[in-house]
Design a protein around this ligand. Sequence first.
Ligand SMILES: Nc1nc2c(ncn2[C@@H]2O[C@H](COP(=O)(O)OP(=O)(O)O)[C@@H](O)[C@H]2O)c(=O)[nH]1
Ligand SMILES: [Mg+2]
Length: 296
Amino acid sequence: MGPGNSGKSSMRSIIFANHLARETRSFSHTVSVDRGQVRFLGTLTLNIWDCGGQIEYYKTYFSTEKETIFSNVSVLIFVLDVKSLQVDEDLEEYVKCVECLKEFSKQAKLFVLVHKMDLVPKEDRKKIYRGISKSLKQISLPFKITTYQTSIWEETLYEAWSNIIYSLIPNADLIHKHLTDFMTITEAEEVVIFEKATFLNISHATQPRSLNMYKDIHRFEKISNIVKLFKLSCIKTGISLNSMRVHSTNFDAFLMDFTSNTYIMVIIADPEVRAAATMLNIANARPHFEKLLAHV
Ligand SMILES: Nc1nc2c(ncn2[C@@H]2O[C@H](COP(=O)(O)OP(=O)(O)O)[C@@H](O)[C@H]2O)c(=O)[nH]1
Ligand SMILES: [Mg+2]
């Protein structure tokens, strides 16, 4: 949910329908509620309701359609345009959403995306975002909300959506545990699993000893963004991405087709670990993770 023109349909179509950011410029207004269904990891079905933000629709969301819209909500994602010219009205709508959620879906998780951050100069972002996030947290009580700053032009979009989806995967902790074991067995520095269709990162493990070697905390989102765009260009030329290896003096990175719904990335820094052994380890782990991910 969120005011009209704040970017809801754009992000949904980039993450779930392989659209490019520039294609969203020609999107027309969403009429009322656009109900879509996506399958994630093969077995998890997400019902995504994109609620058009024009004022006339909002009137019905809070009256006649209240129960339909706000019952059985797992996650409510509210999108705010950071450059909105009507901040008071936007927040008023947000507070109404919180009230309705309190009434019909107390257990729901609430995320607020402070969106279109690319329109704010880099040096001002932190301060502006912190201010908005702080006041949002206050007006959302009793819900403990999670906020993100996002933009369709930057990888922040992938960070927010990876975390939203992660909160919906029932056995996420178990997947993480097994991935950590796999990392230890393969003597890798870092291992990441990406969902095939969206390229969202659904689980990652990093060796504690390598944590301070990686200075970029946004590396997973950047890889999601870069590889997804690369994958889309491959599809255009009729090629499907199967695997990729980047080799340098300091590391060896493997990105490989893994289970039916995922890709895996394995980073090896130890020059003693041979590439063929890593590829064999990945192949051997495949059936195990296939089973594990089938229980999502
Ligand atoms: N600058 C900028 N524009 C965006 C961003 N996200 C969406 N837009 C643009 O905002 C306009 C409205 O987007 P749309 O997704 O239709 O908004 P909705 O009404 O919330 O569904 C479109 O022209 C998008 O290209 C963003 O992160 N940054
Ligand atoms: Mg829309």
